[in-house]
Design a protein around this ligand. Structure first.
Ligand code: 7QS
Ligand code: ZN
Length: 261
């Protein structure tokens, strides 16, 4: 159905506001980060993830991204510290990527577009459930990790990419057990943080973003693997799942803070 949003010219980011008015809000994501405008905040503490590998459940292709889902029925895998107060529960992780290595990330750093951006989505249990958290300014926390194509690919991405064979088309899901996503973190804990929104409709402005400064490296072959996903269902014409990223949105006076100098 045409009214369903996507990333094509007839249902893409420029038209989301027609069905999802929040998309034109004042605290939208992603944004372009310019280091010269960032404010170092020495009061920002370090963030900590304590994830239970047993919480990992499944990996799926929903036609818009590749998503790993975790058990978030109790405080089993949580993120705390940094700009956050309290423990936020890990619910899922997914990626946004391009049709070539030169673009694909949603946030843009000093003009640099990375090949992909991985999002780890957490929600604040004080709001009861995920749906309730979406309605609150402190409802959701997303850790964003940039993927850069380089010569020393991160072996930890292999587990996710190996599973792609089993979820080639929209609606396909496979068990994904015993996985601790903190192995994907880069060495440095340095981050930028600002208040923004979901980068997909309905674009609720409920996210505290924690963007890691140090990208992780992937190989061009690993990116090609990601691009081999299809957004169509099994018995539909093949349509590559690529360029599932929203472009940067107006900053509208927001301050981006850095945990580092
Ligand atoms: O950071 C984000 N990336 C996305 O695709 C959005 C989203 C959509 C559904 C569930 C969780 C997050 S919000
Ligand atoms: Zn995302």
């Amino acid at each position: 159905a045409q009214s369903v949003w996507g990333y094509d010219s007839d249902n893409g980011p420029e038209r989301w506001h027609e069905n999802y008015p929040l998309a034109k809000g004042d605290k939208q994501s992603p944004i372009e980060i310019n280091s010269k405008d960032v404010q170092h905040d020495s009061s920002l503490s370090s963030w900590h993830a304590s994830y239970d590998p047993g919480a990992a459940k499944t990996i799926l292709n929903n036609g818009r991204t590749c998503r790993v889902v975790f058990d978030d029925t109790f405080d089993r895998s949580v993120l705390r510290g940094g700009p956050l107060s309290g423990a936020y529960r890990l619910r899922q992780l997914h990626l946004h990527w391009g049709s070539c290595d030169q673009h694909g990330s949603e946030h843009v750093i000093d003009g640099v577009k990375y090949a992909a951006e991985l999002h780890m989505v957490h929600w604040n249990p004080k709001h009861g459930n995920f749906a309730g958290a979406l309605k609150q300014p402190d409802g959701v926390a997303v850790v964003g990790i940039f993927l850069k194509v380089g010569q020393t690919p991160k072996p930890e991405m292999k587990r996710i990419l190996e599973e792609i064979e089993n979820i080639k088309t929209k609606g396909k899901e496979a068990p994904f057990l015993h996985f601790d996503p903190s192995i994907l973190f880069p060495k440095s804990r340095d981050y930028w943080t600002y208040h923004g929104s979901f980068t997909t409709p309905p674009c609720e402005e409920c996210i505290t973003w924690i963007l890691l400064r140090e990208p992780i490296e992937v190989s061009s072959d690993q990116m090609a693997k990601l691009r081999s996903l299809s957004k169509n269902s099994e018995n539909e014409p093949v349509s590559p799942l690529v360029d599932n990223w929203r472009p940067p949105q107006p900053l509208k006076g927001r301050i981006v803070r850095a945990s580092f100098k």
